[in-house]
Design a protein around this ligand. Structure first.
Ligand code: FMN
Length: 195
């Protein structure tokens, strides 16, 4: 398979290595690198991410520091793997803050005089991995996977990233060692095939 350039975005605010999201991200990266893909990691727990406060800043502000380097990595990558824990039904605030910063016009999309904005990230694909306490079926069929849908449609599709795969991992508090091992193997395989 042709080697791909992959950005792994760890959307967990907690830097502790035992967090499931971090272990899944590491397994994905390992599988990808072993298969010859190039991997760069963006970790919201260690990046300096200011809160966006105004529309004027969103539209005319300049990205600097960690945000500018993160944009460089996202532009370099052909495939983004975004992992996060479900917090209060959505992505953690730090990950949302990250997308508000990197998703600025001029980088992620461009306003046009008429019609839809131009999607500047077109050509890239993504895979979202979300972990949660509730059963995956409840999230998908009772809550209609709303935060995952919002990330897919309101952020990624808006800037041209598609198709977007998804892995929903529920019931994380009751995972057995066997189940965790199976999840790691699944992530390694996903990394190996860069999906
Ligand atoms: C602040 C907070 C809010 C949470 N909200 C939800 C929630 O709305 N629904 C849910 O199913 N689990 C919720 N959880 C459970 C987390 O999704 C779960 O602990 C996480 O996916 C485990 O992965 P980790 O080891 O990478 O943190 C919440 C956990 C925390 C700490």
């Amino acid at each position: 398979m042709t080697p791909r350039r992959i950005a792994v975005v760890i959307g967990h605010p907690d830097p502790a290595p035992e967090r499931l999201c971090r272990q899944l991200a590491a397994a994905y990266a390992k599988g990808a690198e072993e298969a010859g893909h190039a991997v760069r990691t963006l970790d919201v727990a260690v990046l300096e991410i200011p809160y966006l406060r105004t529309k004027v800043d969103f539209e005319t502000g300049t990205s600097t520091g960690d945000i500018a380097s993160a944009q460089e990595t996202l532009a370099w990558a052909e495939h983004w793997v975004i992992l996060y824990p479900l917090w209060l039904g959505s992505m953690p605030a730090m990950l949302k803050a990250f997308f508000e910063q990197v998703g600025r016009p001029g980088f992620a999309f461009r306003y046009r005089d008429k019609g839809f904005p131009e999607k500047l990230m077109a050509g890239r694909t993504a895979h979202i991995v979300v972990t949660m306490g509730m059963p995956a079926l409840a999230y998908r069929w009772f809550f209609f996977a709303h935060s995952l849908r919002a990330l897919k449609r309101n952020i990624l599709a808006f800037i041209g990233v598609k198709p977007v795969g998804e892995t929903i991992i529920g019931g994380v508090d009751g995972l057995t060692a066997e189940k965790v091992a199976a999840l790691m193997a699944k992530m390694r395989a996903a990394g190996a095939s860069a999906r």
